[in-house]
Design a protein around this ligand. Structure first.
Ligand code: GLC
Length: 740
């Protein structure tokens, strides 16, 4: 083979990339040499959109280099024109916004996208968001949110990819690649922002903004991997989190931001604080005043201060007093300018306002959103009622059946409710010619306690062949600062389900929510339950087709569903304890009177709810059935440099062509520290026709079994391991292997 033919282009590309980098660094150096201290600090100061005249004055005077939440393309162009043509050095603005799960075309909330276990659909959603948002001048999004979420009381579980580090890593990388593409100087891209660095999802009590106490090992083994994966994938920015961990706020955590993020991981992007998280170090009791907070944040490694005005008001004095070095400021400005150069903002600062309007809700965008909603739905229960077949009349009821605003979910600044296709609208449009659809909401909204229409629901249900109840949460009940201490269906929704059931006809519950609710008590009132984490603009069409079998559910739980909120925090990849529950423990209604002190299970469980969850991580049904078999490894022992090759047979043993998310878990049986009873290491969506069987393969490098152990070094440890290939985190037969 003529190697030169292949090596030459690669070498040219590498040299070109290096020369571009060198050229950018030279341009940064030149610009910094021209900047005054005030102009440098101005680049470090991010402001939110508000009084446009005042903002324009700040930009003109070099007081701010980044604005978030500018509402439209024309306004971006106006303010960008001030920056480029009226400020002294003409440094363009970088405009940011929380485009978390779509811009105008809204995709399922990230927790819903996680249920698809489909990086391709997540990347496509991010790509659509970038195309629509960048057209309006937004070139930086505060996404992906990578917080591992083990507590559904925490409202921001909605924005996360759930409880597993591997799933979160894979989907976070997919989002980064969707937003940033192959070349971030392409005006249709957006800089990603891996947030919230770090540990924010472990807020004590699931109460937002609360402190966390994550040990160094747990940080490295659970919370950091998704951020490391996104940094390695080239995420251009990182956002520090609100929480303090073990007393140290992330925004002032030098070890985190300089030793780990910069030194160990080699991150050369830009670090932004969260909204006022610099100033909030005073409330944390970590800074005496704004001046000390500014010094802590910039010395710790924060480059841009979001909305605390700490840098703009304090840095000049701190430099005069020698508490902050000029080099620290120059490095921060360097990181900010590098971001702007990488986005091509100096070459393309303006947007085409006509195109910005045309590209929103493009048909292919809506089609992608529908596919994402379809793949995100999880079939939790089905006695055969679904898919609906042979029905002539259905009753559609529930507060989420036609909820154009709430169906979009949390963090939805730009999605317009009038574009939302609700289940009611979709059922009428797609099936109204074949099925008579009666509609009675029964309740006005998820918190509604007005039971006056429940009798009517029962009466109408008697006239139908089946009832579909759309229940769940209004969008405002999840997301930032929206923690809940009770996760049952709000208002009279459970009674609504029972009112439907009272008619004696089959009842299908479709739940749209921002988190896994404790719906165990509602399951006996329905024959089937489809769970759809706020599915976005096209959720109605996706759900309608799933209900009638024109699509088959394939979603899997990205987070554990609890029997009771009192079980939180609960997650599948837990340690075993010294007294793991057997599942046969005596429950509270079985305990004899005057029982002796040690007469009960003496194991790790709850007297009232036992131990197990309602539905485990990775669980999800289909209209067909799947069987796993012949799980084989290519060896029974491996050295750390080898790769485990796993083959298995997957069979579709039912009547529907369908997709199964095959999952590979491992367990390190005995480590230098206690290790989780299972850890997800691979997954794949596998499509099989009814009756089809296929031999499938996973490959897992042994190096991916590395973890931070007793000596606080990250490495693979020799010993016994177990491996499962199955359809959820509790099933399957283990296969043993050794690492030597
Ligand atoms: C919020 C959130 C963060 C968001 C930022 C800007 O408080 O914590 O996720 O990106 O402020 O809106």
């Amino acid at each position: 083979m003529n190697l030169k033919k292949y090596l030459l282009p690669v070498a040219i590309m590498a040299l070109t990339a290096c020369s571009q980098t060198d050229d950018t660094e030279r341009r940064i150096d030149r610009l910094i040499s021209q900047m005054t201290l005030a102009e440098k600090i101005g680049q470090m100061n991010q402001l939110t959109y508000g009084d446009e005249e005042w903002l324009a004055e700040q930009i003109r005077n070099g007081v701010s280099g980044s604005i978030l939440n500018i509402p439209d393309a024309a306004t971006v162009n106006r303010l960008q024109k001030v920056a480029v043509e009226e400020s002294r050095l003409g440094i363009p603005l970088i405009v940011s916004r929380d485009v978390i799960h779509g811009f105008h075309t809204i995709f399922p909330i990230p927790l819903g996208q996680a249920a698809s276990f489909d990086p391709a659909i997540v990347e496509q959603g991010a790509r659509v968001a970038a195309i629509e948002a960048s057209a309006c001048g937004i070139r930086w999004t505060f996404s992906p949110m990578l917080d591992i979420s083990r507590d559904p009381r925490w409202g921001r579980i909605a924005e996360s990819f759930g409880e597993d580090p591997y799933l979160t890593s894979q989907l976070g990388v997919a989002m980064v690649e969707g937003y940033q593409g192959d070349d971030t100087s392409d005006p249709s891209t957006m800089a990603a922002c891996a947030k919230h660095f770090i540990g924010y999802g472990a807020a004590e009590g699931g109460r937002d903004y609360n402190g966390t106490t994550i040990t160094e090992r747990l940080m490295h083994n659970v919370y950091m991997p998704p951020f490391k994966a996104c940094v390695d994938a080239g995420a251009l920015t990182i956002m520090t989190s609100f929480n303090e961990n073990d007393g140290v706020p992330s925004t002032g955590n030098r070890h985190l931001l300089r030793d780990i993020l910069r030194q160990q991981w080699g991150f050369d992007g830009m670090v932004v604080s969260d909204w006022n998280s610099t100033g909030e170090m005073i409330a944390h009791g970590f800074a005496a005043d704004l001046k000390e907070a500014a010094a802590q944040a910039v010395n710790a490694g924060v480059d841009m201060d979001m909305m605390s005005h700490a840098f703009i008001s304090q840095l000049e004095e701190l430099i005069d007093e020698g508490k902050v070095d000029m080099e620290t400021v120059d490095n921060a400005v360097r990181n900010i300018l590098r971001l702007k150069f990488r986005l091509g903002l100096f070459e393309n600062p303006y947007v085409d306002e006509t195109y910005a309007a045309e590209i929103q809700y493009a048909p292919e965008h809506l089609a992608a959103a529908k596919r994402a909603a379809e793949e995100s739905a999880i079939l939790l229960k089905n006695d055969g009622t679904l898919p609906l077949k042979g029905v002539r009349t259905i009753l559609v009821t529930g507060p989420m059946a036609d909820a154009q605003h709430d169906q979009l979910g949390t963090w939805c600044f730009d999605g317009e409710p009038e574009h939302t296709v609700t289940p009611l609208a979709a059922l009428r449009k797609l099936y109204g010619d074949k099925v008579r659809i009666i509609y009675e909401p029964g309740l006005g909204y998820s918190r509604d306690n007005d039971r006056s229409k429940l009798g009517r629901v029962t009466a109408l249900a008697r006239t139908a062949d089946a009832v579909v109840v759309f229940a769940g949460e209004e969008a405002i009940l999840s997301g930032e600062a929206h923690s809940l201490s009770n996760l049952d269906l709000q208002g009279a929704q459970s009674e609504l389900l029972r009112a439907a059931k009272a008619a004696g006809k089959p009842v299908v519950a479709v739940i749209m929510a921002g988190r896994p609710l404790t719906i165990g008590g509602d399951l006996d009132a329905c024959n089937a339950m489809l769970y759809s984490f706020h599915p976005g603009t096209m959720g109605g069409e996706a759900l309608a087709e799933l209900l009638f079998g024109d699509a088959v559910p394939s979603g899997k739980c990205p987070v554990t569903f609890l029997k009771e909120v009192g079980q939180a925090p609960y997650y599948y990849n837990r340690n075993n304890t010294g007294r793991p529950a057997s599942g046969n423990e005596m429950l509270i209604d079985q305990i004899p009177l005057r029982a002796g002190q040690t007469s009960l299970g003496c194991s790790s469980y709850y007297l009232d709810t036992g131990f197990g969850p309602l539905f485990p991580f990775g669980y999800g049904l289909s209209y067909t059935t799947f069987e796993y078999g012949d799980v084989k490894l290519d060896s029974n022992e491996y050295t750390p440099d080898q790769t485990i090759k796993v083959t298995f047979t997957l069979s579709n043993t039912g009547k529907y062509d369908a997709v199964e998310v095959a999952q590979l878990y491992i367990r390190d049986v005995a480590g230098s520290i206690a290790r989780p009873i299972r850890e997800l290491k691979r997954f794949e969506r596998i499509a099989l026709k009814a009756g089809e069987s296929r031999t499938c393969t996973f490959e897992l490098p042994v190096s991916e079994l590395a973890f931070m152990g007793l000596d606080k070094r990250v490495k693979v440890e020799p010993g016994d391991f177990k491996l499962w290939v199955c359809g959820d985190s509790v099933s399957g037969e283990a296969v043993d292997f050794k690492v030597i």
